[in-house]
Design a protein around this ligand. Structure first.
Ligand code: MN
Length: 266
């Protein structure tokens, strides 16, 4: 591959610019293209798609193509695509996140939101997460899987899905499964404790996660050792819902009258 044809890759995450998963991803993607890192200066997991609009964003240059931002993952991708990089990147890769992003998690995840931001700004994009309980995990296999998938995403950019959520099991993956999002089973309760002054506080998300085990879900795939790739779409419209609600358009005007009429009769 000639230097001119080398793709420009923007990477970010939500675990912060110093996270080992990000370092492993940057190293693996150097084999695919010119890597630029624009990432939050600290842990920003579960901030979702938040943008910083009411305070200035500051950028620290940590290396030639490595920047820390005092903002969210979506801020970083915005800055990277719309201003900071010398050229518009060809692809956005977010991760490798410390911990899975399965099913409903994608609505909270800063990692997935970073990829969504890239997609909204017109680029192929991918979020990569490692099923690992701790940060001290080996991110090498997940980073290498991300590199292979980035090549495929770039190759098929004109006729394939442009936003992917990827989860990688621990250890050496057995292969790849194309999956759908699973559903979290909300069995855990919030944890209630008392602080040293006797006041009650709460802790969210501390319980063990449970998932419906549908055969084609990412949960099922990673559970048996496969990399899961779920193509995502950003159109949240329920087309089935549109069909179901069609009758409301005519009923809406009549509903109020019917109610009053009923009251008058009594
Ligand atoms: Mn994270």
């Amino acid at each position: 591959m000639t230097a001119a044809k080398r793709p420009t890759i923007l990477i970010s995450n939500d675990d912060g610019v110093h996270a080992p998963g990000l370092t492993a991803l940057a190293e693996a993607l150097e084999a695919v293209g010119a890597v630029y890192v624009v990432a939050p200066d600290r842990e920003r997991s579960a901030v979702g798609h938040a943008l910083t609009l009411h305070r200035p964003l500051r950028v620290d240059r940590l290396g030639t193509r490595r920047f820390a931002v005092n903002g969210t993952p979506s801020d970083c991708v915005n800055l990277g695509i719309l201003g900071m990089l010398p050229k518009r990147p060809d692809v956005v890769v977010a991760g490798v996140n410390a911990g899975s992003n399965l099913g409903d998690d994608v609505t909270y995840s800063g990692t997935v939101s970073a990829a969504m931001e890239g997609s909204l700004l017109g680029l192929p994009a991918m979020a990569v997460s490692l099923i690992a309980p701790t940060r001290a995990a080996d991110y090498g296999p997940a980073a290498r899987a991300a590199a292979r998938l980035t090549r495929l995403l770039l190759r098929d950019r004109d006729h394939g899905p442009s936003l992917l959520n990827v989860n990688v099991p621990r250890g050496r993956p057995r292969g790849l499964k194309v999956t759908r999002l699973g559903r979290r089973v909300y069995s855990e309760k919030v944890i209630e404790r008392r602080d040293p002054r006797g006041d009650v506080y709460y802790w969210l998300g501390a319980g063990p996660a449970a998932w419906e085990a549908g055969e084609d879900t990412e949960f099922a795939a990673v559970h048996v050792g496969y990399v899961s790739v779920t193509p995502l779409g950003l159109d949240l419209t329920s087309y089935e819902g549109m069909r179901m609600l069609k009758g409301w358009e005519t009923e809406f005007g009549r509903a109020g009258e019917g109610h009053h009429g009923h009251a008058r009769r009594r």
